[in-house]
Design a protein around this ligand. Structure first.
Ligand code: PMP
Length: 354
């Protein structure tokens, strides 16, 4: 049975990347040593890291005025690191409250002594507007481009007079964004980048200053000086991410995968919009391409659908425990065949239960 993994994270990875990892596992690059064993001070590591960074820069159009960091600690540690590294000037930041993860990011900043943290809007209804008053300078205005649990996305980023920081954990490289609109972008790796255990940070170098009061691995300036290898870096994650970047470049880069993501999401949303059983209540222009939420409005029926789908190899379709219902995460590596199989299953279920 073919299994399609709709998990919100760790998410599906390209099959060819997994094959390559398997082939190379015992001997990385002809070294007779596993990638799990090689030294992060070796030439082999350095070349691998530089290539991964170069491919990522190509994919996201990132120039040298930005540092690219591969760091430990997932998205969550960056919630804190951002607030510690970028708030020297005004000690004042604002967070657009677009959902659960935006709130978690804001709560991390609120723990920092002497930092004024404003909350902008609320995720109760539609997505809040990305804007903060111009007359009160902020160190940054924080946004979450894709809300993994709520299934909403900011498809357009308005020009902002305040410096923007974006959590792109769940839609980085799924659709084009202009890096130059942001002072900092960060993402946990385990959705569109690679395995869990790493975050990628893209940050304007002119925002970085030394922070000797912090633990060294939390100091972005120092990590940039040390090419993310201040201590032993997440070597395997960087290696696997590098393979995903190569896969995506071969696919045609972000514009090409964006077209596929649009097509896949359209297939599913069109079906849901015409269904008498399933529904999605997100405003059409705010719907996520990566996390598509839907439900029947009946808890028991939702459970039944999730169990039946799993029996057919369509796994991890339960919505987040905070919201219930279903969620299909269509990250970059999800093949269109998986989306079609899901829609067929929904049709079947609707025939039996509609
Ligand atoms: N931000 C967003 C938008 C997320 O979806 C998640 C995890 N699902 C996180 C942050 C937290 O990431 P991590 O688990 O890597 O700390």
């Amino acid at each position: 049975m073919t299994v399609y993994n709709f998990s919100a994270g760790p998410g599906v990875l390209p099959a060819t990347v997994l094959d390559q990892i398997q082939t190379e596992m015992k001997s990385f690059n002809g070294s007779q040593m596993s990638i799990l064993e090689i030294s992060h001070r070796s030439k082999q590591y350095e070349e691998m890291e530089l290539e991964a960074e170069k491919d990522f820069r190509d994919l996201m159009n990132i120039d040298d005025s930005y540092a690219v960091l591969f760091l430990h600690g997932g998205g969550t540690l960056q919630f804190t690191n951002i607030a510690l590294n970028l708030t020297d000037k005004y000690h004042h930041v604002a967070y657009v409250d677009s959902g659960h993860w935006a709130q978690k990011a804001m709560e991390a900043a609120q723990k920092i002594d002497g930092l004024q943290v404003d909350r902008i809007g609320s995720s109760d209804n539609n997505l809040p507007k990305i804007s903060a008053p111009d007359d009160d300078p902020l160190d940054y205005l924080h946004i979450t481009t894709n809300n993994t649990i709520e299934g909403t996305t900011y498809h357009q980023i308005p020009n902002s007079t305040q410096p923007l920081v974006a959590d792109m954990s769940s839609n980085i490289m799924a659709q084009p964004y202009d890096v130059n609109q942001f002072d900092l972008i960060y993402a946990g790796a385990q959705k569109n980048i690679g395995p869990a255990g790493m975050a990628v940070v893209i940050v304007k170098r002119d925002r970085l200053t030394s922070h000797p009061e912090l633990s060294e691995i939390m100091d972005y300036w120092l990590e940039d000086q040390k090419h993310s290898a201040l201590n032993t870096p997440p070597v395997f994650c960087i290696y696997a991410a590098g393979l995903v970047f190569k896969w995506l470049k071969k696919f045609g880069g972000v514009p090409a995968i964006y077209q596929q993501n649009l097509e896949q999401a359209k297939l599913l949303y069109d079906y849901v919009d015409n269904s008498k059983l399933f529904n999605n209540s997100v405003a059409k222009d705010e719907r996520s391409l990566t996390n598509l939420v839907f439900g029947t409005g009946n808890k028991q029926l939702d459970q039944q659908f999730i169990a039946d789908a799993a029996d057919k190899g369509l796994v991890n379709l339960a919505g987040h425990r905070l919201v219930g219902g279903m969620r299909a995460s269509l990250y970059n590596a999800m093949p269109t065949a998986g989306v079609k199989a899901l829609i067929n299953q929904m049709k079947q279920f609707e025939m039996n239960h509609g």
